[in-house]
Design a protein around this ligand. Structure first.
Ligand SMILES: Nc1ncnc2c1ncn2[C@@H]1O[C@H](COP(=O)(O)OP(=O)(O)O)[C@@H](O)[C@H]1O
Ligand SMILES: [Mg+2]
Length: 269
């Protein structure tokens, strides 16, 4: 089983997307006038302060919630259709593994739910375990794995149906810095190998810059896109990149966009 062939080279297209949550205290405008295009195979991070609507935007793309206004398409289809066609995989901060299932059975779950035969499933699970470096751990249970390994299982599971789009909401947020950097490197490799586009939510500036082709900066109340920064860092994402001037330059650019410090500094002079 494979996600259907894309009908457009845009993985995500959001036009004038808004989201209002009605609450007892009145309406909360979580997102307003969001314009976003993610090309096939592109890695885009959404960054912004807590509460700016990053998760909300990702949930709209994933069809876990509906936009109040505007239009949203995934590979040219309505989000609902894309969900049914398994055009995207999802991974969140909590790995969300089933504790009574082995690593292999967790990775294969989406395939099982879609009635993929055992032989095909086993072959695909083996392939995915290798992709995320867990071949020797397929018979373990989640509580026998470190947090980083659990997150790798979640990533493998999200890739099971060969989606051309991966939606990730702070997937490394609960991990220590070393593991986090390691998995960032792994993720760029996996994204390149699978050719999947990625929309990655984070509030870490270095993480966003290291991973992305473009960093989308959001501001709160109501959440909107205020800046888009092309990293232009090329194909190779390795440890040397983290110490390169080009990388620091982009980290600074994103930080300034996020804090609006450029304007403040100009005024100080
Ligand atoms: N189901 C909901 N009901 C009411 N308000 C919500 C709901 N979900 C999110 N919000 C509000 O929408 C805003 C954006 O939330 P969220 O997308 O979770 O932000 P982020 O992921 O950037 O931290 C916040 O003000 C949040 O309180
Ligand atoms: Mg969030």
């Amino acid at each position: 089983m494979t996600a259907t062939t894309p009908t457009t080279d845009l993985a995500v297209q959001a036009t004038g997307v808004g989201k209002v949550f009605p609450t007892k205290a009145g309406d909360v405008a979580a997102l307003t006038e969001v314009e976003l295009e993610v090309k096939a195979g592109e890695f885009v991070s959404l960054i912004g302060p807590s509460g700016c609507g990053k998760s909300t935007l990702l949930r709209l793309i994933a069809d876990l919630d509906q936009a109040s206004s505007g239009e949203l398409t995934i590979f040219g289809k309505p989000a609902r259709r894309a969900r049914i066609d398994q055009d995207y995989g999802i991974a969140f901060q909590q790995a969300g593994l089933l504790p009574w299932r082995t690593v292999a059975a967790n990775i294969g779950l989406p395939l099982e739910l879609h009635k993929v035969g055992k032989a095909e499933r086993d072959a695909r699970v083996a392939e995915l375990a290798e992709l995320v470096g867990l071949t020797d751990f397929v018979d373990r249970y989640p509580d026998q794995l470190s947090g980083g390994m659990q997150q790798r299982v979640a990533i493998a599971r999200s890739l099971a149906a060969r989606p051309k789009l991966l939606l990730m909401d702070e997937p490394f947020g609960a991990l220590d810095e070393m593991t986090r950097e390691y998995l960032q490197g792994e993720l760029t490799r996996i994204a390149a190998e699978t050719g999947a586009a990625v929309v990655f939510v984070t509030h870490s500036i270095p993480e966003a810059v290291f991973l992305s082709d473009r960093v989308v900066v959001m501001s709160p109340r109501p959440g909107r896109i205020t800046d888009v920064i092309e990293t232009g860092l090329g194909e190779v994402r390795d440890e040397a990149l983290r110490e390169s001037p080009a990388y620091f330059e982009k980290v600074t650019a994103v930080r300034e966009a996020l804090h609006g410090t450029k304007v403040e500094r100009a005024n100080e002079r």
